[in-house]
Design a protein around this ligand. Sequence first.
Ligand SMILES: [Ca+2]
Ligand SMILES: [Ca+2]
Length: 260
Amino acid sequence: MKARFGVGRGTALVAALLVAVIALILPGSAAAGTDDGRAHSDHWGVIARNTIGSPVADLRNGPFGSYDVTGTGARPPYGRGSLGIEVADSSTTLVPPSEKVDFGNEVDFFGKSLLGLRRIGFHVFQTSENVQYGGPRNMPNIKFEIDPNLNSTDDYSSLVWLPGASPVTNAWSPFLDATRTGGWALTSTAGPTTGCTFATPCTFAALKAAFTSRNARPTVYTVAVGKGQDFMWIGAVDGLRLNDYVYDFERDGVKVLRAK
Ligand SMILES: [Ca+2]
Ligand SMILES: [Ca+2]
């Protein structure tokens, strides 16, 4: 009896250990790939360095509204959830006092060539209230922290996509293509050097040409979606497209889908 009990316990322990080991291995090795074959849901989250105030960037279900919307505009474009974003315009002691949030990935895209970017965009849940707060182009952004490599001392810039107005409000937008719509702006000295500034944003093609014409090879530090600092904005984002992959924001994590 004692031996049988002992064996049973030992077998159960081995089985439990195996389950634990498999659970440790699976999240990294079995997930669908990014460009380099890796995907780590736990590498996505609020980028602390780039967040100001106490904004919300919340992997949530829905939104499935607004109340009178039906059809594809009434549900997230991928899965059943999205990244909810909420930033206020006047809630800190800083100048400007507005909040900012970047929800992104500081690991998986590090070192990649910015010029390798071919497809990019996302879907947005825009509200008519957000349009009242800041106009039709009060929209969330796609952001890259990059090493512009425009000269030997230039090691940091933020590249920001400024979408055009969403074609719909109080509903999910269709895919907003960042290679064809909106404008791209660079912070720091890379802005005036390339001519792609917030005052004079570039098209995607002009942005790439601004680097290639100067024989610059910009590399990526981080990728994020975010908002601020500017106007109050409360809405959601889903289906971030980066080349051949779609990043599907869901309540239980960021899923990587092969783009169709
Ligand atoms: Ca989703
Ligand atoms: Ca550099």
